[in-house]
Design a binder for this molecule. Structure first.
Ligand code: ES4
Ligand code: ZN
Length: 307
């Protein structure tokens, strides 16, 4: 059993599907062909990735597009051995360009149902606040999710981290928790340990997405260990976004040794060079991850899941 707890469904949009959806929706792309698109997949930091990620989403327009996207991910996740998938989606990335929220939610919900039926994956959705957009917009879109009775299990926080602290989103997370939703937040990816403290203390985050910079703060590590707060770590993402120098130097083994409840995830697999099975294989081959460590990580993922 393996749970994937940190994957952005829009980050599973493969180049081939970008071209297929562009044609179906008559969206013109600024790339002549797949090779030209693929040549853009070289990033210097989080923002350089986000620019391409948001640009490529333009091809997602209808419920059917979102169903096709999420079904392709769930099919691939099942192949990777994933039995439970809690995936993020970015409602504001779609509403802000005129796609009705109902199309997004209905399309994804259809894929969740198909995922169980066709691939045997137990999937669930977490709506994520796009933190570099206006706070009031996050609050409005969250209200719309509630009015639609969107089948979400939680609220997340993602996009450009530095300069957009969790403290900005206290109110919307309080509302989400009052509605019985789970709370998670990206923190300590590019941002400082202070943002992890805020995610815990101000947002009530039950899991921290990334959280690798927590290692800079021994008191924070003690808190995370003590409360066994899961950290959903994404090693291939960290390398591609230059948050760590190389896979060989990734702090994952140190995090396990410290007693942190760490899980391994793919983040944006269409952009970062692999799905969760590819990630485990790379950790084994290039970081010397043992079978026992691999089993611990799989066990942690189930313990950290909301399923
Ligand atoms: C993301 Cl790697 C990463 N970090 C923050 N926000 C994101 N949204 C999609 N991928
Ligand atoms: Zn992420």
């Amino acid at each position: 059993m393996l749970a994937e707890l940190h994957v952005h469904i829009e980050g599973t949009l493969e180049p081939e599907l970008i071209f297929a959806l562009a044609e179906r929706n008559r969206v013109s792309l600024p790339y002549a062909d797949l090779d030209e698109l693929r040549s853009r997949y070289e990033f210097t930091d989080l923002q350089s990735f986000l620019d391409l990620y948001y640009a490529n989403m333009q091809v997602l327009r209808t419920a059917e597009d979102f169903t096709d996207l999420a079904k392709a991910y769930l099919r691939r996740a099942a192949q990777a051995g994933v039995t439970r998938a809690e995936f993020f989606f970015d409602p504001q990335a779609h509403t802000s360009r005129g796609v009705p929220l109902a199309e997004v939610v209905e399309g994804l919900a259809e894929a969740v149902a198909a995922g169980r039926r066709e691939f045997g994956v137990d999937a669930a959705m977490i709506a994520s606040v796009v933190r570099d957009r206006p706070v009031h917009e996050a609050e409005e879109v969250f209200g719309e999710l509630l009015r639609l009775s969107a089948p979400i299990i939680g609220l997340g926080l993602d996009s450009a981290e530095v300069g957009y602290p969790p403290s900005l989103f206290e109110d919307v997370f309080a509302r989400a928790r009052a509605e019985g939703l789970h709370a998670v937040a990206h923190a300590g990816e590019e941002g400082p340990p202070e943002y992890v403290w805020q995610a815990l203390d101000l947002l009530g985050a039950e899991r921290i997405d990334h959280g690798i910079r927590s290692l800079e703060d021994p008191l924070l590590v003690a808190r995370l260990v003590d409360e066994q707060i899961p950290l959903t770590v994404c090693p291939l993402s960290n390398v591609r976004l230059r948050v760590v120098d190389s896979l060989e130097r990734h702090p994952l083994p140190r995090m396990l040794e410290a007693g942190l409840l760490v899980t391994v995830n793919s983040d944006d697999p269409a952009y970062f060079g692999g799905y969760v099975d590819d990630t485990f294989a790379a950790l084994r081959d290039r970081l010397g991850l043992t079978d026992a460590q691999r089993e611990t990580l799989a066990r942690n993922s189930i313990a950290a899941s909301f399923g």
